[in-house]
Design a protein around this ligand. Structure first.
Ligand code: DQA
Length: 163
């Protein structure tokens, strides 16, 4: 085999084995209705539109994304368990209203040792008092709140820097 062919093979092999970091994006209850749901608070983009912007950014950052949305607390917990078993590299989560109520999601996230970013489209501290308390805030790596859909991109950029 010539050196050229050998070099080509090594480069291809390196590309194949390059360890692309995988980030889980989780959206909780009612976030499947983005675009239709209180657009004056949550904006006019649908979740699909937000996700496709993230896909472009992830390509640029060299990250792989997995998207998950559920209106069910248990399904979100199961997904976090899957992420734990799969050794995920990072999680970006908007738990919706479960932010303020779910000790179970908090407990599931405590399984993980990778960076976790909590994200909210709205500024939860500027709204009703019951939204001021996040049961995740003290266990996540960081929180983004109040920047609308752009917050997801902020979170992904921050994640890329951390992992
Ligand atoms: C939210 C804020 C929560 O209080 C609310 O229940 C949501 C969305 C946000 O992204 O601003 O569903 O997480």
């Amino acid at each position: 085999m010539s050196w050229d062919t050998r070099l080509l093979k090594i480069t291809a092999l390196k590309k194949m084995t390059k360890n692309t970091k995988k980030i889980q994006i989780i959206n909780g209850p009612n976030l499947n209705m983005l675009g239709k749901r209180e657009p004056e608070i949550y904006g006019s983009l649908s979740l699909d539109q937000i996700n496709s912007e993230l896909v472009s950014l992830a390509k640029f950052l060299g990250l792989e994304l997995d998207f998950f949305q559920s209106n069910h607390e248990g399904a979100i917990i199961d997904k976090i368990h899957d992420d734990f078993n799969a050794n995920i590299d990072g999680i970006i989560i908007n738990p919706g209203a479960l932010t303020h109520t779910s000790i179970a999601i908090r407990d599931a996230l405590l399984l993980l040792s990778c960076p976790i970013i909590e994200i909210h489209l709205s500024n939860i501290y500027k709204r009703e008092a019951f939204r001021h308390k996040s049961l995740l805030a003290d266990i996540v790596t960081g929180q983004v709140s109040g920047f609308g859909s752009y917050g997801y991109q902020m979170a992904l950029n921050a994640m890329a820097d951390m992992i």
